[in-house]
Design a protein around this ligand. Structure first.
Ligand code: ADE
Length: 243
């Protein structure tokens, strides 16, 4: 898979994608990532990337032209590699909410391009002309789309084959089957007077799996009743613990 990020802060995005698990996977060519500077595609002397909004109001709006030219350059690079046209996502606070289901959908594309807004927003015409969708990572406003694009890139790239050491790694985690993850513990057995739940020390994996399942359901019911109701509907035969 190839991911491109179109941004005013390519170094920031690139350093995230070069660190830790993703950095190691990128070095092994398990995916390809490229971060592009919008300013490099401006056509004015001052290399200005934004301007005042038509109709007035505060803040600045990113020009359509440099973003469009950058996206055309990314499309040409993908075509030269024999890839399909990339799926183009604009990160904006006004987008549709992001979740694990969307991460899995994006992970199925051969190429995804993430476009980061800044300041007050992006000229809607370039979104309409090039965007396949607009995504928001949550009900809060960020100063720019960089963190949002990295959230999307991280959650999509970890699903690529080989990125996580064990295939099972991501299946156990929150949202894989619509439940929150059970609590985890490591050494020592007692830390500052708090003991690890005894069942985890028994070596009885059937019992441990049952305990973890019950913890997942209980946490989800308490913290995310919306997810819990949806999960119950899709698991009508599961015997639920009696609280
Ligand atoms: N840009 C500003 N806020 C955002 C959000 N919540 N999600 C995605 N992009 C954004």
């Amino acid at each position: 898979m190839r991911i491109d990020i179109v941004t005013l802060f390519p170094e920031l995005c690139d350093s995230f994608l070069s660190a830790s698990i993703l950095g190691r996977a990128r070095a092994k060519n398990l995916f390809e990532a490229h971060c592009h500077q919008i300013r490099d595609y401006t056509k004015n002397k001052q290399k200005q990337t934004d301007d005042y909004p038509y109709g007035g109001g505060c803040g600045m709006v990113l020009y359509a032209q440099p973003i469009a030219d950058c996206l055309r350059a990314v499309q040409a690079q993908c075509a030269a590699q024999g890839r399909a046209r990339p799926h183009v996502v604009f990160l904006t606070a006004a987008g549709r909410p992001y979740n694990e289901e969307k991460a899995r959908e994006l992970a199925g594309y051969d190429a995804v391009t993430l476009v980061c807004g800044h300041y007050e927003g992006i000229d809607q015409r370039v979104i309409d002309a090039f965007g396949d969708e607009e995504i928001s990572i949550g009900d809060y406003v960020l100063t720019g789309g960089e963190l949002a694009s990295l959230v999307v890139a991280d959650s999509v790239l970890r699903l690529q084959p080989g990125v996580l050491a064990e295939e099972k790694g991501y299946q156990d985690e929150s949202y894989w089957d619509g439940l929150l993850e059970y609590p985890q513990f490591t050494r020592p057995e007692v830390w500052e007077g708090r003991a690890v739940p005894p069942v985890l020390l028994t070596g009885d994996h059937k019992k441990i799996d049952e305990w973890r399942g019950a913890q997942s359901r209980e946490r989800t019911r308490e913290r995310r009743p919306d997810l819990y109701d949806a999960w119950c509907e899709s698991h009508p035969l599961t015997e639920l613990p009696k609280w």
